[in-house]
Design a protein around this ligand. Structure first.
Ligand SMILES: [Fe+2]
Length: 243
């Protein structure tokens, strides 16, 4: 299968125009999209470790959720040099679908909606990030699902003593203080990742119950679903490299 055909399949699922402004998505490193792809690698991060593994496994096309760089740089030294060297010397294409994969239908946010079987679902933010809906069980049931599918030991802030509460979910980095303030107005319980001490204190003060399912846990759950989707669509071997 050619690289451009894989790009088409990814972009049909996660249209690029859904990405939030300024996000770095799409082709990250690569020359020839006519290149034949025999082995596709999937990872959450294009870390040095993942890039080395991609080389070792003979990956032709590496798909990652997170882009190689968030902000522009002017020098190619250190870790970025090492990554580019491996990718280029081995002609590995690197392609990312980031916030477009969070936002899109059946993407990383919708995977969480499905996991928690949320009802009356709406987008959490106007830009399409996150979801909010009714969780029709107890807090204990919510924690059981989280521990089974997201992370074994989530950090839990607060408690809710009734069923049928409003649950907000956002895959990845969603527990900034601004986010806590925003979500406290929209939901009773909020599951996302990357909780800081100050966000925890703020959530307690605002009465928002927070579950930190970790950045990794809240994203890899949906990424596995996306990998299953690709396995159905793509005519080459697919392996995961960091989950
Ligand atoms: Fe992320």
């Amino acid at each position: 299968m050619r690289a451009y055909e894989i790009v088409e399949i990814i972009e049909n699922f996660a249209p690029k125009e859904l990405a939030i402004e300024g996000d770095n998505i799409g082709l990250q490193v690569g020359g020839d999209l006519n290149k034949e792809v025999n082995k596709l690698g999937i990872a959450l991060d294009p870390s040095l470790d993942v890039v080395k593994k991609a080389k070792k496994e003979g990956i032709d096309f590496l798909f990652t959720h997170h882009p190689i760089l968030k902000n522009p740089i002017r020098n190619f030294t250190g870790v970025i040099y090492k990554k580019l060297k491996i990718l280029m010397e081995n002609d590995i294409i690197l392609y990312s679908a980031h916030t477009n994969l969070d936002i899109c239908k059946n993407g990383l946010n919708d995977a969480l909606v499905e996991l928690y079987n949320l009802k009356e679902v709406e987008n959490l933010y106007e830009n399409g990030l996150g979801r909010v809906g009714i969780f029709e069980g107890s807090f204990e049931e919510l924690l059981d699902i989280t521990k089974k599918y997201i992370v074994e030991n989530p950090v839990i802030v607060g408690n809710i003593g009734r069923n049928n509460f409003k649950l907000a979910v956002l895959s990845g980095y969603g527990l900034s203080q601004d986010a806590i303030r925003y979500v406290a107005e929209k939901a009773d319980v909020y599951l996302s990742g990357d909780l800081t001490h100050h966000s925890k204190i703020l959530a307690e003060e605002l009465g928002l119950v927070v579950i930190d399912g970790t950045h990794y846990g809240t994203e890899v759950y949906g990424l596995k679903k996306f990998m299953d989707y690709l396995k159905d669509k793509v005519d080459c071997e697919i392996i995961s490299l960091d989950f």
